[in-house]
Design a protein around this ligand. Structure first.
Ligand code: HQG
Length: 177
């Protein structure tokens, strides 16, 4: 398996299903590095060097080590209830959400909801949002009026790897492009 495939497998383990390799995450989303290495290396060539390389080179900077590199976690994107100590922050005036055409009718009716993840993911520019949207088919873009949301008391978080997160986006703050 290449580094990219291994990184995807790590996403599955560290965001959604640690039980796949028989490990657990703590309440802050940390996995034990030795356990992760042991679990993954049961099915593929994997060691600390490869893990460090993935953390360093992952194109979306999805993972962080703790200070002494005994623990590792995903920076965002979880479906399991963990608290990765996200930074609460005032968002820029607008943010973007990219999705697939097939979801647009439902989004226009009830707004953006996190579905299987803990948060709705927002992008800082239209280009990034288009790439995210393409993962779901023909991309559709929404501009999100984050300034109004923030004024109205909605909370925003910025993950370590630069993804903006919020719990939901009601229809009135969305503008389909
Ligand atoms: C859609 C990737 C119907 C939503 C990206 C999205 C991101 C609705 C899909 C991260 C809806 C969920 C997350 C509603 C929202 N009705 N559909 N009311 N509200 N949706 O994959 O945002 O490569 O869970 O629009 O870069 O696509 O994994 O979320 O299309 O940061 O690291 O439900 O995943 O990063 O899909 O992507 P996802 P997402 P990674």
């Amino acid at each position: 398996m290449g580094l990219k495939e291994t990184s995807k497998y790590m996403s599955l383990i560290l965001r959604h299903k640690p039980e796949t390799i028989g490990i657990t995450l703590d309440e802050h989303g940390w996995a034990d590095v030795d356990e992760l290495i042991e679990g993954i290396s049961r099915t593929q060539n994997f060691n600390m060097d490869i893990l460090e390389k993935i953390v360093r080179t992952d194109e979306k900077q999805r993972y962080s080590f703790n200070d002494d590199k005994t623990k590792i976690r995903a920076n965002q994107g979880h479906s399991i209830e963990v608290d990765v100590e996200l930074e609460e922050k005032e968002p820029p005036e607008i943010l973007w959400h990219g999705t697939g055409e097939k979801f647009a009718t439902s989004i226009d009716n009830i707004g953006l909801i996190p579905k299987s993840r803990l948060y709705v993911h927002l992008s800082k520019d239209a280009e990034t949002a288009t790439i995210v949207g393409r993962r779901h088919g023909k991309p559709v873009l929404y501009m999100v009026n984050t300034r109004e949301m923030y004024k109205d008391g909605f909370k925003f978080f910025l993950s370590k790897n630069g993804v903006w997160l919020t719990k939901e986006v009601p229809v009135r703050y969305l503008e389909k492009q």
